[in-house]
Write a protein that binds this ligand. Sequence first.
Ligand code: 5GP
Ligand code: MN
Ligand code: MN
Length: 382
Amino acid sequence: MKTWHNNNRIPIKCWTDDIEDECLKQANNLANLPFAFHHIALMPDCHSGYGMPIGGVLAAHNVVVPNAVGVDIGCGMVAVKTSAKEITTEQIKKILGKAREVIPVGFNHHKEPQASDVFKEAPSHIPIIRQELQSAKYQLGTLGGGNHVIEIQKGDDGFIWLMLHSGSRNLGKKVADYFNKKAVELNKKWRAEVPKEWDLAFLPANTEEGQNYIEAMNFCLAFAYANRSKMMDRFIEIFYDITGHTPVEQIDVHHNYAALEKHYGEKVWVHRKGAIRMRKGEIGIIPGSMGTPSYIVEGLGNPESFHSASHGAGRKMSRRKANEVITEEMAQEAMKGIVFGRFNGKYDECPQAYKDIDEVIANELDLIKPLVKLVPLGVMKG
Ligand code: 5GP
Ligand code: MN
Ligand code: MN
Protein backbone atom coordinates (compact mmCIF):
# COMPACT_ATOMS: atom_id res chain seq x y z
CA MET A 1 0.00 0.00 0.00
CA LYS A 2 1.18 3.50 -0.84
CA THR A 3 -0.02 6.85 0.42
CA TRP A 4 -0.36 9.76 -2.02
CA HIS A 5 -0.88 13.38 -1.07
CA ASN A 6 -1.08 15.03 -4.51
CA ASN A 7 -1.90 18.38 -2.83
CA ASN A 8 -5.35 17.05 -2.01
CA ARG A 9 -7.39 17.87 1.11
CA ILE A 10 -6.87 14.36 2.48
CA PRO A 11 -4.48 11.56 1.40
CA ILE A 12 -5.23 8.59 -0.87
CA LYS A 13 -4.13 5.12 0.21
CA CYS A 14 -3.80 2.78 -2.74
CA TRP A 15 -3.22 -0.99 -2.81
CA THR A 16 -1.91 -1.13 -6.40
CA ASP A 17 0.72 0.57 -8.58
CA ASP A 18 -1.30 -0.18 -11.66
CA ILE A 19 -3.77 2.67 -11.83
CA GLU A 20 -5.23 4.39 -14.90
CA ASP A 21 -5.25 8.21 -15.24
CA GLU A 22 -9.04 8.49 -15.13
CA CYS A 23 -9.18 6.43 -11.94
CA LEU A 24 -6.52 8.62 -10.31
CA LYS A 25 -8.38 11.76 -11.37
CA GLN A 26 -11.57 10.45 -9.76
CA ALA A 27 -9.65 9.54 -6.60
CA ASN A 28 -8.22 13.09 -6.43
CA ASN A 29 -11.77 14.46 -6.71
CA LEU A 30 -12.86 12.24 -3.81
CA ALA A 31 -9.87 13.41 -1.77
CA ASN A 32 -11.01 17.02 -2.21
CA LEU A 33 -14.63 16.55 -1.18
CA PRO A 34 -15.23 18.89 1.77
CA PHE A 35 -16.92 16.09 3.74
CA ALA A 36 -14.50 13.24 2.94
CA PHE A 37 -13.05 11.79 6.12
CA HIS A 38 -9.43 10.86 6.96
CA HIS A 39 -8.32 9.38 3.61
CA ILE A 40 -9.59 7.74 0.45
CA ALA A 41 -8.88 4.02 0.03
CA LEU A 42 -8.36 2.41 -3.37
CA MET A 43 -8.48 -1.38 -3.45
CA PRO A 44 -6.09 -3.34 -5.72
CA ASP A 45 -8.87 -4.01 -8.27
CA CYS A 46 -9.71 -0.33 -8.72
CA HIS A 47 -10.62 1.14 -12.08
CA SER A 48 -12.59 4.20 -13.12
CA GLY A 49 -16.34 4.21 -12.64
CA TYR A 50 -19.11 6.76 -12.90
CA GLY A 51 -17.96 9.64 -10.66
CA MET A 52 -16.01 7.38 -8.31
CA PRO A 53 -13.63 4.50 -9.00
CA ILE A 54 -14.97 0.98 -8.69
CA GLY A 55 -12.81 -0.59 -6.00
CA GLY A 56 -12.97 2.67 -4.02
CA VAL A 57 -13.86 3.40 -0.41
CA LEU A 58 -15.06 6.83 0.71
CA ALA A 59 -15.80 7.65 4.34
CA ALA A 60 -17.91 10.80 4.74
CA HIS A 61 -19.08 12.96 7.63
CA ASN A 62 -22.90 13.25 7.82
CA VAL A 63 -23.29 12.88 4.07
CA VAL A 64 -24.26 10.19 1.55
CA VAL A 65 -23.24 10.23 -2.13
CA PRO A 66 -25.45 8.13 -4.43
CA ASN A 67 -22.69 7.79 -7.06
CA ALA A 68 -20.29 6.54 -4.38
CA VAL A 69 -22.56 3.51 -3.97
CA GLY A 70 -23.23 3.08 -7.67
CA VAL A 71 -26.23 2.08 -9.74
CA ASP A 72 -26.41 -1.58 -8.81
CA ILE A 73 -27.10 -0.97 -5.12
CA GLY A 74 -26.39 -4.15 -3.16
CA CYS A 75 -24.66 -5.93 -6.00
CA GLY A 76 -22.75 -8.79 -4.47
CA MET A 77 -21.81 -12.43 -4.35
CA VAL A 78 -23.17 -15.54 -2.74
CA ALA A 79 -21.06 -18.69 -2.44
CA VAL A 80 -22.18 -22.11 -1.22
CA LYS A 81 -19.90 -24.93 -0.19
CA THR A 82 -21.58 -28.26 -0.98
CA SER A 83 -21.03 -31.74 0.37
CA ALA A 84 -19.95 -32.91 -3.12
CA LYS A 85 -16.31 -33.69 -3.81
CA GLU A 86 -16.68 -34.77 -7.42
CA ILE A 87 -18.89 -33.75 -10.32
CA THR A 88 -18.95 -34.90 -13.92
CA THR A 89 -19.10 -32.70 -17.02
CA GLU A 90 -22.43 -34.34 -17.86
CA GLN A 91 -23.83 -33.32 -14.46
CA ILE A 92 -22.57 -29.74 -14.85
CA LYS A 93 -24.22 -29.48 -18.28
CA LYS A 94 -27.50 -30.79 -16.87
CA ILE A 95 -27.44 -28.43 -13.89
CA LEU A 96 -26.69 -25.35 -15.97
CA GLY A 97 -29.31 -26.36 -18.53
CA LYS A 98 -31.96 -26.67 -15.82
CA ALA A 99 -30.85 -23.41 -14.21
CA ARG A 100 -31.45 -21.61 -17.51
CA GLU A 101 -35.06 -22.80 -17.40
CA VAL A 102 -35.84 -21.38 -13.96
CA ILE A 103 -33.55 -18.35 -13.65
CA PRO A 104 -34.23 -15.52 -16.12
CA VAL A 105 -31.06 -13.83 -17.44
CA GLY A 106 -30.27 -10.57 -19.28
CA PHE A 107 -33.24 -8.21 -19.32
CA ASN A 108 -35.71 -11.06 -18.74
CA HIS A 109 -37.87 -11.21 -15.66
CA HIS A 110 -40.42 -13.64 -14.24
CA LYS A 111 -43.89 -14.01 -15.74
CA GLU A 112 -45.42 -14.11 -12.25
CA PRO A 113 -44.69 -11.85 -9.27
CA GLN A 114 -42.37 -13.61 -6.82
CA ALA A 115 -43.23 -13.92 -3.17
CA SER A 116 -40.76 -12.73 -0.53
CA ASP A 117 -40.86 -11.32 2.97
CA VAL A 118 -38.60 -8.54 1.75
CA PHE A 119 -41.58 -6.74 0.24
CA LYS A 120 -43.12 -6.38 3.69
CA GLU A 121 -40.34 -4.00 4.69
CA ALA A 122 -40.68 -1.80 1.58
CA PRO A 123 -40.56 1.91 2.52
CA SER A 124 -43.56 2.74 0.34
CA HIS A 125 -43.70 6.33 1.58
CA ILE A 126 -40.73 7.02 -0.71
CA PRO A 127 -42.12 7.88 -4.16
CA ILE A 128 -39.56 5.95 -6.24
CA ILE A 129 -40.07 2.80 -4.14
CA ARG A 130 -43.86 3.08 -4.39
CA GLN A 131 -43.52 3.49 -8.16
CA GLU A 132 -41.15 0.52 -8.66
CA LEU A 133 -42.46 -1.98 -6.12
CA GLN A 134 -44.85 -3.88 -8.37
CA SER A 135 -42.29 -4.31 -11.12
CA ALA A 136 -39.65 -5.38 -8.55
CA LYS A 137 -41.80 -8.40 -7.69
CA TYR A 138 -41.21 -9.71 -11.22
CA GLN A 139 -37.46 -8.98 -10.95
CA LEU A 140 -36.85 -10.95 -7.77
CA GLY A 141 -34.85 -14.09 -8.61
CA THR A 142 -33.46 -12.84 -11.92
CA LEU A 143 -29.76 -12.70 -12.72
CA GLY A 144 -29.35 -9.69 -15.01
CA GLY A 145 -26.76 -9.35 -17.78
CA GLY A 146 -23.09 -8.43 -18.18
CA ASN A 147 -20.89 -10.04 -15.58
CA HIS A 148 -23.76 -11.31 -13.45
CA VAL A 149 -23.11 -15.00 -13.37
CA ILE A 150 -23.81 -18.41 -11.84
CA GLU A 151 -20.90 -20.83 -11.51
CA ILE A 152 -19.94 -24.28 -10.37
CA GLN A 153 -16.44 -24.32 -8.90
CA LYS A 154 -13.93 -26.77 -7.51
CA GLY A 155 -12.33 -25.61 -4.27
CA ASP A 156 -8.79 -26.45 -3.19
CA ASP A 157 -10.48 -27.61 0.03
CA GLY A 158 -11.66 -30.59 -2.06
CA PHE A 159 -15.31 -29.53 -2.24
CA ILE A 160 -17.59 -28.38 -5.04
CA TRP A 161 -18.85 -24.80 -4.57
CA LEU A 162 -21.71 -22.88 -6.18
CA MET A 163 -21.28 -19.15 -6.74
CA LEU A 164 -23.52 -16.36 -7.96
CA HIS A 165 -23.08 -12.63 -8.73
CA SER A 166 -26.12 -10.34 -8.93
CA GLY A 167 -27.66 -7.24 -7.38
CA SER A 168 -30.85 -5.24 -7.05
CA ARG A 169 -31.75 -5.37 -10.75
CA ASN A 170 -33.76 -2.50 -12.17
CA LEU A 171 -35.07 -1.46 -8.74
CA GLY A 172 -31.59 -0.44 -7.54
CA LYS A 173 -30.86 1.43 -10.75
CA LYS A 174 -34.11 3.37 -10.51
CA VAL A 175 -33.39 4.31 -6.89
CA ALA A 176 -29.78 5.29 -7.65
CA ASP A 177 -30.73 7.46 -10.64
CA TYR A 178 -33.63 9.08 -8.80
CA PHE A 179 -31.54 10.12 -5.80
CA ASN A 180 -28.52 11.17 -7.82
CA LYS A 181 -30.77 13.47 -9.83
CA LYS A 182 -32.25 14.84 -6.61
CA ALA A 183 -28.76 15.40 -5.20
CA VAL A 184 -27.64 17.23 -8.36
CA GLU A 185 -30.67 19.55 -8.16
CA LEU A 186 -30.23 20.25 -4.47
CA ASN A 187 -26.47 20.79 -4.74
CA LYS A 188 -27.11 23.34 -7.47
CA LYS A 189 -29.72 25.10 -5.37
CA TRP A 190 -27.41 25.21 -2.34
CA ARG A 191 -24.44 26.31 -4.49
CA ALA A 192 -22.53 23.42 -2.97
CA GLU A 193 -18.77 23.50 -3.40
CA VAL A 194 -18.59 20.13 -5.16
CA PRO A 195 -18.12 20.81 -8.90
CA LYS A 196 -20.92 19.34 -10.99
CA GLU A 197 -18.49 17.68 -13.41
CA TRP A 198 -17.13 15.47 -10.61
CA ASP A 199 -20.45 13.56 -10.68
CA LEU A 200 -20.37 13.25 -6.90
CA ALA A 201 -23.54 15.05 -5.85
CA PHE A 202 -24.33 14.47 -2.17
CA LEU A 203 -27.24 14.43 0.27
CA PRO A 204 -26.72 15.45 3.91
CA ALA A 205 -27.78 12.47 6.01
CA ASN A 206 -29.99 14.62 8.26
CA THR A 207 -32.17 16.01 5.44
CA GLU A 208 -35.40 14.38 4.31
CA GLU A 209 -33.86 13.42 0.95
CA GLY A 210 -30.78 12.03 2.68
CA GLN A 211 -32.93 9.99 5.05
CA ASN A 212 -35.02 8.74 2.14
CA TYR A 213 -31.95 7.73 0.17
CA ILE A 214 -30.60 5.78 3.13
CA GLU A 215 -33.92 4.04 3.66
CA ALA A 216 -34.40 3.27 -0.04
CA MET A 217 -30.78 2.07 -0.32
CA ASN A 218 -31.23 -0.25 2.65
CA PHE A 219 -34.35 -1.66 1.05
CA CYS A 220 -32.38 -2.26 -2.17
CA LEU A 221 -29.73 -4.10 -0.11
CA ALA A 222 -32.42 -6.34 1.38
CA PHE A 223 -33.91 -6.83 -2.10
CA ALA A 224 -30.50 -7.71 -3.60
CA TYR A 225 -29.90 -10.21 -0.81
CA ALA A 226 -33.36 -11.75 -1.33
CA ASN A 227 -32.72 -11.83 -5.09
CA ARG A 228 -29.48 -13.77 -4.68
CA SER A 229 -31.01 -16.07 -2.06
CA LYS A 230 -33.97 -16.96 -4.26
CA MET A 231 -31.73 -17.85 -7.20
CA MET A 232 -29.28 -19.74 -5.03
CA ASP A 233 -32.12 -21.71 -3.40
CA ARG A 234 -33.30 -22.76 -6.85
CA PHE A 235 -29.77 -23.57 -7.95
CA ILE A 236 -29.18 -25.67 -4.83
CA GLU A 237 -32.38 -27.61 -5.51
CA ILE A 238 -31.28 -28.38 -9.07
CA PHE A 239 -27.82 -29.33 -7.81
CA TYR A 240 -29.40 -31.69 -5.27
CA ASP A 241 -31.71 -33.29 -7.84
CA ILE A 242 -28.77 -34.11 -10.09
CA THR A 243 -25.97 -34.90 -7.62
CA GLY A 244 -27.79 -35.78 -4.38
CA HIS A 245 -25.50 -33.34 -2.56
CA THR A 246 -26.54 -30.55 -0.20
CA PRO A 247 -25.15 -27.20 0.98
CA VAL A 248 -22.94 -27.12 4.06
CA GLU A 249 -22.06 -23.41 4.26
CA GLN A 250 -23.37 -20.23 2.64
CA ILE A 251 -21.65 -16.84 2.42
CA ASP A 252 -23.24 -13.67 1.07
CA VAL A 253 -21.60 -10.26 0.64
CA HIS A 254 -22.66 -6.93 -0.83
CA HIS A 255 -20.00 -4.97 -2.66
CA ASN A 256 -21.90 -1.76 -3.51
CA TYR A 257 -23.32 0.02 -0.47
CA ALA A 258 -22.95 2.65 2.24
CA ALA A 259 -23.20 2.09 6.00
CA LEU A 260 -22.71 4.14 9.14
CA GLU A 261 -19.60 2.76 10.87
CA LYS A 262 -17.03 3.84 13.40
CA HIS A 263 -13.52 4.49 12.08
CA TYR A 264 -10.65 6.35 13.70
CA GLY A 265 -12.97 7.11 16.60
CA GLU A 266 -15.71 8.75 14.53
CA LYS A 267 -19.07 7.69 13.08
CA VAL A 268 -18.92 8.07 9.32
CA TRP A 269 -20.79 6.93 6.23
CA VAL A 270 -18.51 4.37 4.62
CA HIS A 271 -19.26 4.02 0.91
CA ARG A 272 -17.97 0.81 -0.62
CA LYS A 273 -18.27 0.96 -4.39
CA GLY A 274 -16.88 -2.33 -5.61
CA ALA A 275 -15.36 -3.21 -2.26
CA ILE A 276 -16.30 -5.69 0.45
CA ARG A 277 -16.32 -5.18 4.20
CA MET A 278 -13.51 -7.15 5.80
CA ARG A 279 -13.67 -6.80 9.55
CA LYS A 280 -11.38 -9.08 11.52
CA GLY A 281 -12.56 -12.68 11.06
CA GLU A 282 -15.33 -11.78 8.61
CA ILE A 283 -15.66 -14.14 5.61
CA GLY A 284 -15.82 -12.67 2.11
CA ILE A 285 -15.85 -13.57 -1.59
CA ILE A 286 -13.46 -12.16 -4.20
CA PRO A 287 -14.28 -13.40 -7.71
CA GLY A 288 -11.75 -13.45 -10.56
CA SER A 289 -13.44 -13.92 -13.93
CA MET A 290 -15.32 -16.59 -15.85
CA GLY A 291 -12.09 -18.40 -16.66
CA THR A 292 -9.84 -17.70 -13.68
CA PRO A 293 -9.94 -18.52 -9.95
CA SER A 294 -12.11 -16.85 -7.32
CA TYR A 295 -11.33 -16.74 -3.59
CA ILE A 296 -13.08 -17.20 -0.27
CA VAL A 297 -11.21 -14.92 2.12
CA GLU A 298 -11.06 -13.93 5.76
CA GLY A 299 -10.84 -10.30 6.86
CA LEU A 300 -7.90 -8.99 8.86
CA GLY A 301 -9.74 -5.84 10.00
CA ASN A 302 -7.17 -3.37 8.70
CA PRO A 303 -8.28 0.17 9.69
CA GLU A 304 -6.37 1.71 6.76
CA SER A 305 -8.86 0.27 4.25
CA PHE A 306 -11.76 1.12 6.59
CA HIS A 307 -12.01 -2.66 7.07
CA SER A 308 -12.44 -3.28 3.33
CA ALA A 309 -10.91 -5.31 0.50
CA SER A 310 -11.26 -5.72 -3.27
CA HIS A 311 -14.51 -7.07 -4.71
CA GLY A 312 -12.92 -8.89 -7.62
CA ALA A 313 -10.04 -8.72 -10.05
CA GLY A 314 -11.34 -5.52 -11.63
CA ARG A 315 -11.54 -4.61 -15.28
CA LYS A 316 -8.27 -4.18 -17.16
CA MET A 317 -9.89 -2.82 -20.31
CA SER A 318 -13.19 -1.27 -21.33
CA ARG A 319 -15.86 -3.43 -22.92
CA ARG A 320 -15.22 -1.72 -26.25
CA LYS A 321 -11.48 -2.34 -26.13
CA ALA A 322 -12.02 -5.97 -25.08
CA ASN A 323 -14.22 -6.55 -28.11
CA GLU A 324 -11.50 -5.04 -30.32
CA VAL A 325 -8.46 -6.90 -29.03
CA ILE A 326 -9.78 -10.31 -27.92
CA THR A 327 -10.32 -12.89 -30.65
CA GLU A 328 -12.59 -15.96 -30.62
CA GLU A 329 -9.47 -18.12 -30.45
CA MET A 330 -8.13 -16.29 -27.36
CA ALA A 331 -11.53 -16.53 -25.71
CA GLN A 332 -11.83 -20.26 -26.39
CA GLU A 333 -8.31 -20.83 -25.08
CA ALA A 334 -9.12 -18.99 -21.83
CA MET A 335 -12.25 -21.12 -21.30
CA LYS A 336 -10.65 -24.49 -22.15
CA GLY A 337 -12.08 -27.28 -20.03
CA ILE A 338 -14.84 -25.11 -18.56
CA VAL A 339 -18.50 -25.80 -19.41
CA PHE A 340 -19.71 -22.60 -21.04
CA GLY A 341 -22.08 -21.61 -23.86
CA ARG A 342 -21.02 -19.43 -26.77
CA PHE A 343 -19.37 -16.03 -26.97
CA ASN A 344 -21.54 -14.95 -29.92
CA GLY A 345 -18.82 -12.52 -31.01
CA LYS A 346 -18.80 -10.65 -27.69
CA TYR A 347 -15.57 -10.81 -25.74
CA ASP A 348 -16.03 -8.06 -23.14
CA GLU A 349 -16.44 -10.60 -20.33
CA CYS A 350 -13.43 -12.74 -21.27
CA PRO A 351 -10.80 -13.40 -18.61
CA GLN A 352 -8.36 -11.27 -20.66
CA ALA A 353 -10.57 -8.21 -20.01
CA TYR A 354 -9.86 -8.47 -16.27
CA LYS A 355 -6.76 -7.97 -14.13
CA ASP A 356 -4.82 -10.96 -12.84
CA ILE A 357 -6.74 -12.08 -9.74
CA ASP A 358 -3.65 -13.64 -8.14
CA GLU A 359 -1.80 -10.32 -8.41
CA VAL A 360 -4.79 -8.51 -6.91
CA ILE A 361 -4.90 -10.94 -3.99
CA ALA A 362 -1.13 -10.65 -3.51
CA ASN A 363 -1.51 -6.85 -3.22
CA GLU A 364 -3.99 -7.08 -0.35
CA LEU A 365 -2.52 -9.65 1.99
CA ASP A 366 -2.59 -6.97 4.71
CA LEU A 367 -6.41 -6.79 4.30
CA ILE A 368 -7.36 -10.43 3.84
CA LYS A 369 -6.18 -13.99 4.25
CA PRO A 370 -7.17 -16.33 1.39
CA LEU A 371 -9.03 -19.38 2.70
CA VAL A 372 -10.20 -21.33 -0.34
CA LYS A 373 -9.17 -21.01 -3.97
CA LEU A 374 -11.99 -21.90 -6.36
CA VAL A 375 -11.51 -22.80 -10.02
CA PRO A 376 -14.44 -22.57 -12.45
CA LEU A 377 -15.89 -25.81 -13.84
CA GLY A 378 -19.13 -24.47 -15.31
CA VAL A 379 -20.34 -20.92 -16.03
CA MET A 380 -23.74 -19.48 -16.86
CA LYS A 381 -23.41 -15.79 -17.76
CA GLY A 382 -26.27 -13.32 -17.65
P1 5GP B 1 -18.62 -5.75 -10.73
O1 5GP B 1 -19.39 -6.00 -9.50
O2 5GP B 1 -17.73 -4.56 -10.59
O3 5GP B 1 -19.49 -5.64 -11.93
O4 5GP B 1 -17.69 -7.01 -10.94
C1 5GP B 1 -17.09 -7.66 -9.88
C2 5GP B 1 -15.95 -8.54 -10.27
O5 5GP B 1 -16.44 -9.81 -10.67
C3 5GP B 1 -15.08 -8.12 -11.44
O6 5GP B 1 -14.14 -7.16 -11.06
C4 5GP B 1 -14.44 -9.43 -11.85
O7 5GP B 1 -13.22 -9.64 -11.17
C5 5GP B 1 -15.43 -10.48 -11.40
N1 5GP B 1 -16.09 -11.18 -12.51
C6 5GP B 1 -16.60 -10.66 -13.65
N2 5GP B 1 -17.16 -11.63 -14.41
C7 5GP B 1 -17.02 -12.78 -13.71
C8 5GP B 1 -17.38 -14.16 -13.96
O8 5GP B 1 -17.99 -14.51 -14.96
N3 5GP B 1 -17.04 -15.06 -13.00
C9 5GP B 1 -16.38 -14.72 -11.86
N4 5GP B 1 -16.09 -15.67 -10.99
N5 5GP B 1 -16.02 -13.45 -11.61
C10 5GP B 1 -16.33 -12.50 -12.52
MN1 MN C 1 -24.04 -5.73 -10.47
MN1 MN D 1 -21.12 -6.57 -8.73
